[in-house]
Design a protein around this ligand. Sequence first.
Ligand code: FES
Length: 272
Amino acid sequence: MGTPAKTGAPVTLTIDGFPVTVPEGTSVMRAAAEAGIAVPKLCATDSLEAFGSCRLCVVEIEGRRGTPASCTTPVAEGMAVHTQSSKVKKIRKGVMELYVSDHPLDCLTCSANGDCELQDMAGMVGLRDVRYTPGENHYDPSGTGARSQAEARLRLPGGEANPRYIRKDESNPYFTYDPSKCIVCSRCVRACEEVQGTFALTIEGRGFESRVKAGMEGDDFLSSDCVSCGACVQACPTATLQEKSVAEMGTPERSVVTTCAYCGVGCSFKAE
Ligand code: FES
């Protein structure tokens, strides 16, 4: 979580007043988890290297300025961390508000409803209202009344499809890619590189224009270097990358994770 488990010398710190001892090099987020304290997160997972891009996991550390990301901050002896101060709660709520403002609000009909980390995190930080609503102070460069920035950038003023941006990509036989639901956390890109060792995905553009892209210009998932391993789908926190079977039949009621014993890599597979 934040960083893979470490094996260095023991370091003792306090998190929200609770003492915890973890190996040197452990992230503050993982140390908090060891103490039973869950810190909100979107870009960090147990299996990927920490990236520190979503800023949802910020904490306060006594004697330090600012609010560092707990997933990329290593523990230090005697450190006193606060994960629930009013300052970090306010920052997290503001961050989540911006994420949700750029996301279609179709949760009730979305196939990921109930299995969406964006939804979970909105609840965890206590987000109730979003001040930036489509059609009011919402930035809509297409002028077409799009429900989100991601959706707006798919269109040109006038409403026709923007050839620079791809629409929902259904070319892969096993999963779909819906860019309008992407929060650009880059978990799919990192999973492709770190888990599979394939470099089929990149992030293109900056700010609201940024998006995940498969392959070269003009490529879709099927014509890119994607090997359909599904690592990106498993890493996706929303319904952006989704198995076609889940979209058709809904989320399975139970799943079993098995570790392949064929070689020493330790790949895990989820059977549903
Ligand atoms: Fe730490 Fe995203 S989880 S910055």
